[in-house]
Each structure stands twice: as C-alpha cells, then as structure tokens.
Unconditional design. Structure first.
Length: 286
C-alpha cells in the first residue's frame, strides 16, 4: 500500500513539474518578452532566466517522480534528500523572480490620457515612483547608447504609414514607446504633418522635451524624458502578468514539496485494535 502511495506521489510531482514549467516558460516568459519587445533595443536578462528555471524545474520533477516510484531501493532515500535540496533552491529562485516582477509592476503609473487624444502621455519621475535602482541608472547614465540604437530602428517609421491623417493618429492607441519616443509631447502643440514629422511653434512652451524633438528620423524624441518614461512604463506593464503567473507557480511548487515530504516521511498511524487479544483470552477462560 505504501508503494502505491509513493507512486501516486511521484505522478503528482511530475504533473506539477510539467504545469509549473509550462507556466514559467510558455506563459510568464512569453508574456514578458512580448511586452518588452514593444520597446526596441531593450532586453531584460530575467527573460532568459525564466527559460532555464522552467527547464530545471521540469528536469528535477522528472527525477523526483522516478525516485518516488523506486522509493525503497537502496540509496534512493539519500537521492531523494538531494532532490528536496535542489527543489528548495529552485523555489528560492522562483521567489526571487516573483519579488523582482512585483517591484517592477509596483512602479507608479506615469501615464495620463492627453487632451483631445486617445493615447497617453508619459512623464519621467526618476527620484520617485518606485523605480528600481538598475532601471533608474538605465534611463540616466546608460541612455545615450540606447538612444543611438533607437535611431537605427524603424519602429517609429511604420506610424507614418499606418496613420497618414492627423485625426487617425490622434485617435490611435499607442504603446508607451510610440507615444514617448516617436512624437513630440502633446503640450508642445506642434502642428501635425505626419506621425514622425511635426512643425514646431516659434515659441514652444517651456518644456525640455519640446526643444529635444527633431524631425530627423534618427533622432525624433529618443533623447526626451518622455521616451525614458515610455521605457519605464513598458517595463512596468511587462512585469504585471509574469508576477501573477510566477506567484501561481511558486504556490504549486511549495504545495507539492510539502505533499511530497509528508508522503515520504510521515507514516500514517495504524488504527488501534478494537479488541485486545489478551483480554479476549481472559474473558474466554472465565
């Protein structure tokens, strides 16, 4: 009976491993990459971590399933202990990524719908808004290299083809990158020619981004604070779904570890005999 219990536990461990790996690799990672890819030239290393983490969890749980199915053979119990240690380390890794994604998703939303527009404008608040230190450094000290890379991309050029008329553009739903980097800020009140070509006012409003705008396709608003804010908003949006998905995977993994430990080391109590044989023999003698 105990052997059957261990085999069932092994199958459950395998199923949870498959589900967790699927959540991490195909849901969390793909959701993260699909949003991050909306901002050219920017990548996040945690995306690669999710792939390797999911693969390791799947491999570890396959091994755990085999160990449980062969639970009573030789050194299997010691190997099972090594499996628990490896799973605890993987769970710590998942917990770190949950915290990392939470910190990103908790960044203050800097977007606000522009006047007479459908899209939002984004404003940079480097000293506040809960921006993590590494991302703050990326939009300050490390921005020049990113702006140079943006200048060689064609992500903004497609807007001119997609929205040739002013009203079509004003009614468009733009990504944070498109809103912050491909056009001048709405308060500048520049005159629309096409999505990436605007006529500046003789005396534009006092806004640093208004003077940073250029119709040169390699420059546009890539050095604007609104473009930097667009990156922050992109990262914030990209982390939201992975945070919840990784939290689900974390709960599943902790649950299956607790279940496996109980199954392996906690022996079920034997039911007490209803009748004491010694007492029965005495009763029969009388």
């Amino acid at each position: 009976m105990a052997g059957i219990t261990h085999k069932v536990t092994g199958i459950i461990i395998l199923l949870v491993g498959i589900i967790s790996a699927f959540i991490i690799i195909f849901l969390a990672r793909m959701r993260l990459e699909s949003k991050i890819d909306q901002f050219p030239c920017f990548h996040i290393s945690q995306s690669s971590q999710l792939f390797f983490l999911g693969a390791l969890i799947l491999a570890a749980n396959v091994i755990g399933c085999v160990l449980f199915c062969c639970y009573k053979k030789g050194m299997i119990k010691w190997l099972l202990l090594a499996y628990w240690v490896s799973m605890i380390l993987l769970i710590v890794w998942v917990a770190y990524l949950v915290y990392f994604m939470y910190k990103l998703s908790a960044i203050q939303d800097s977007g606000a719908v522009a006047t007479s527009r459908t899209y939002s404008e984004y404003h940079l608040n480097v000293d506040g808004g809960g921006i993590p230190g590494w991302l703050r450094r990326r939009v300050t000290d490390g921005w020049d290299s990113l702006a140079g890379c943006l200048g060689s991309s064609d992500k903004c050029a497609v807007l001119s083809q997609k929205y040739p008329m002013a009203q079509d553009f004003f009614n468009a739903t733009l990504t944070p990158f498109q809103s912050g980097c491909c056009k001048p800020p709405t308060p500048c009140e520049f005159q629309f020619v096409n999505a990436t070509n605007w006529i500046a006012e003789i005396n534009p409003r006092v806004d640093a981004d208004c003077t940073k705008w250029s119709n040169a396709q390699a420059q546009l608003c890539y050095t604007c604070d609104s473009c930097k804010a667009g990156l922050v908003a992109t990262v914030r949006s990209a982390a939201n779904d992975p945070f919840h998905l990784l939290l689900l995977a974390l709960v599943l993994l902790i649950g299956v570890i607790v279940f496996g430990v109980v199954s392996a080391y906690v022996k079920p109590k034997k039911p007490k005999a209803e009748n004491d044989p010694g007492k029965q023999s005495k009763d029969n003698a009388t």
